[in-house]
Ligand binder design. Structure first.
Ligand code: ADP
Ligand code: ZN
Length: 625
């Protein structure tokens, strides 16, 4: 039975119990009213007749009592009496007998009075038991069941109302994540830091002996898919300590206080299981800077964050809870989170470089039969900018393609096809031979030629007229090495090359024939040029950071509008200059371009070597920009 049906059954039981109680409410009044005198008897003598217990005793002594009927455990009596007061006619009189008047029966016997005790009727007793005992029992049993039920399932985060304040963390007492440090490649610095943390957890004495404080929190910072989760799983496994894993977004709730309650619950559980690791993925979801955002921020999130801060401060001396957070947006995290004593350590997990990619490919190629024609080195060269996840995906896609083509091993073909797919989207069918196709050919060759002639630009990897993703044609460049530091002339070369496509259209077909196809190129150009001005200080405005990573203006004081104007001016200057350079290159090399376009229209795809082979038939002068 799954949890939903169990809940439904319980709710059904609950409702029928309520209805049952409702139906018996009339019965219950008689029970709660502890009076069970037959109604008609009361009705008979409703008019006059009540007397006090004291008076009843006097009647007894005077011999005026004829008969006594005891009800309700001798707490009420209907007395048949006749007296001069009553006009010497026998009358039924009701008497309330005080608790503890135990000798009454003896007295009745002594005076030889005819008496009878009337027990509470059987049926009524049953109903009493039913309503007083069974129903509450059902109710309590149901509640217990409900709570237990939610307890059992609390590990996979309940939406049940009973679960709201419980931490949705998945918990592994004996983590066998199956991931060891050997499965992680290309992020060696991060790995080394983590290996140290494993030794904190395994032999804390070694550190405390020399007075070293064990870090409470480790923040993994880097783009998605670079192996942050993988690292966290690996330390849990290698240190063989319990592992709690939760995503920051799971603390984001609509109702104020729930996120905070979940955090409290998580840390409570963790502190009962030390030493252990608490992994919070996407920690930016809770750790976003307080008071940021429109409308004065979000109370619920602030409470949640405050709770997290409190909990991390809570364990003064680290007794073995290490919190590992992962984010790709460290810039938006609240500064309080990064203070010493919270996330003491920040580990940057970047995109892998060439050797890193090679390492990652080796890890993921382990269980895949590769054909001899595959060179992992070549794939690594071809895939700058790929994350670990992209590379894993690349090999997986290749394996799927190999299966589709009914091959026993994965060959170069499949890898190339998979790479093209991942980079550019799924290939469409080739275009009809129309004017459009020719225009696109000029556009792509424009990019390729300009890029090839510029000294500071990467080499052509592929030029194709096969539509892919949203693009009608594509030109790829493969950087030799990963560039984390890019020079001004490299950035300019990128802009010139990106403009090359549209400039070629313009030169060959004229102003009137320019198409909308270059809109993507133009966006890219504008973005690079703008960053040069506002972030890298590469314009005549000077070395001032005017915007942050999110293109939000940094307030400098003074006239903001004037600064915006100056930025726009500088961006235009850069783009105009680059367009001039691109136009000159296209005009100077028109013959070569015509020749290559002809070839490209024929074969539709040229790889880097084929392209360079064609170029070699001409003498070219490299251009410095
Ligand atoms: P993140 O948490 O940084 O977004 P993950 O750790 O979830 O990324 O990585 C997703 C997948 O990508 C992993 O399961 C693994 O298959 C692969 N991967 C990512 N980085 C690496 C790496 N450095 N070495 C090996 N595999 C990796
Ligand atoms: Zn283009």
């Amino acid at each position: 039975m799954d949890r939903n049906t169990i809940q439904k059954i319980f709710i059904g039981l609950f409702i029928s119990a309520c209805i049952f109680i409702g139906l018996h409410i009339s019965n219950m009044t008689s029970i709660f009213g502890n009076l069970d005198i037959p109604k008609q008897e009361l009705a008979n003598n409703s008019s006059s007749s009540r007397m006090t217990y004291g008076r009843f005793l006097e009647y007894l002594e005077l011999g005026w009592v004829k008969q006594v009927d005891l009800y309700d455990n001798s707490r009420n009596a209907i007395v048949l009496a006749s007296s001069p007061e009553l006009g010497n006619r026998p009358q039924s009189i009701r008497v309330e007998i005080p608790v503890g008047a135990s000798q009454l029966i003896q007295k009745l016997k002594d005076y030889n009075i005819n008496f009878d005790a009337h027990p509470i009727p059987r049926k009524s007793l049953l109903v009493t038991i039913a309503t007083n005992l069974i129903l509450p029992l059902i109710f309590i049993a149901g509640l217990i069941f409900f709570f237990q039920n939610s307890d059992n399932f609390s590990q996979n985060a309940g939406n049940s109302p009973m679960n709201l304040g419980k931490s949705p963390a998945r918990f592994d007492q004996k983590p066998d994540t199956g991931i060891s440090f050997n499965d992680i490649a290309g992020i060696d610095e991060a790995k080394a830091e983590f290996e140290e943390i494993v030794s904190f957890l395994k032999e804390p004495e070694r550190y405390t002996l020399v007075g070293a404080k064990i870090p409470k929190g480790v923040l993994l910072v880097g783009p998605p898919g670079t192996g942050k989760t993988l690292l966290a799983k690996a330390i849990a496994n290698e240190a063989s300590v319990p592992f709690y894993s939760v995503a920051g977004s799971e603390f984001v709730e609509m109702f104020i206080g729930i996120g905070a309650a979940r955090i409290r619950d998580l840390f409570k559980k963790a502190s009962e299981n030390t030493p252990c690791i608490v992994f919070i993925d996407e920690i930016d979801a809770v750790g976003r800077e307080r008071g940021a955002g429109i409308g004065g921020g979000n109370d619920e999130r602030e409470q949640t964050l405050n709770q997290l801060l409190t909990e991390m401060d809570g364990f003064k001396e680290n007794k073995g809870v290490i919190v590992v957070g992962a984010t790709n947006r460290v810039d938006i995290l609240d500064a309080a989170l990064l203070r010493p004593g919270r996330f003491d350590r920040q580990i940057t997990v970047g995109l892998p470089d060439r050797l890193g990619r090679l390492g990652i490919l080796k890890v993921h190629a382990k269980n895949k039969p590769l054909n001899e024609d595959i060179s992992l080195v070549q794939i690594a060269n071809r895939t700058p900018g790929f994350s670990g996840a992209d590379l894993a995906n690349l090999l997986n896609e290749s394996a799927i393609l190999a299966t589709r083509y009914k091959k026993q091993t994965i060959s170069k073909n499949e890898v190339n096809e998979a790479a093209d797919r991942i980079i550019g989207g799924i290939a469409g069918s080739s275009m009809e031979d129309t004017k459009n196709k020719k225009l696109i050919a000029y556009h792509e060759v424009g990019h390729a030629i300009v890029g090839s002639l510029l000294e500071n630009h990467d080499a052509v990897e592929k030029v194709t007229l096969i539509p892919r993703g949203g693009a009608k044609g594509l030109t790829w460049f493969a950087p030799e090495e990963d560039a984390t530091l890019v020079s001004r002339s490299q950035l300019l070369a990128r802009i010139i090359t990106t403009l090359g496509g549209r400039v070629a259209e313009k030169v060959v077909f004229g102003d009137q024939e320019i198409t909308t196809g270059a809109s993507n190129d133009l966006q890219q150009v504008t973005s690079v040029a703008r960053q040069m001005v506002t972030r890298y200080g590469m314009s005549s405005i000077g070395p001032i950071a005017l915007e942050d990573e999110n293109n939000d203006q940094i307030f400098l004081g003074g006239d903001n509008e004037a600064i915006t104007d100056r930025i726009d001016n500088e961006v235009c200057k850069i783009v105009n200059h680059c367009e001039k350079v691109a136009t000159k290159i296209i005009l100077d090399n028109r013959v070569i371009i015509d020749f290559i376009v002809e070839q490209l229209l024929d074969v539709e795809t040229l790889n880097g070597d084929e392209f360079r082979h064609l170029l070699r038939q001409y003498t070219l002068t490299p251009i410095k920009n």
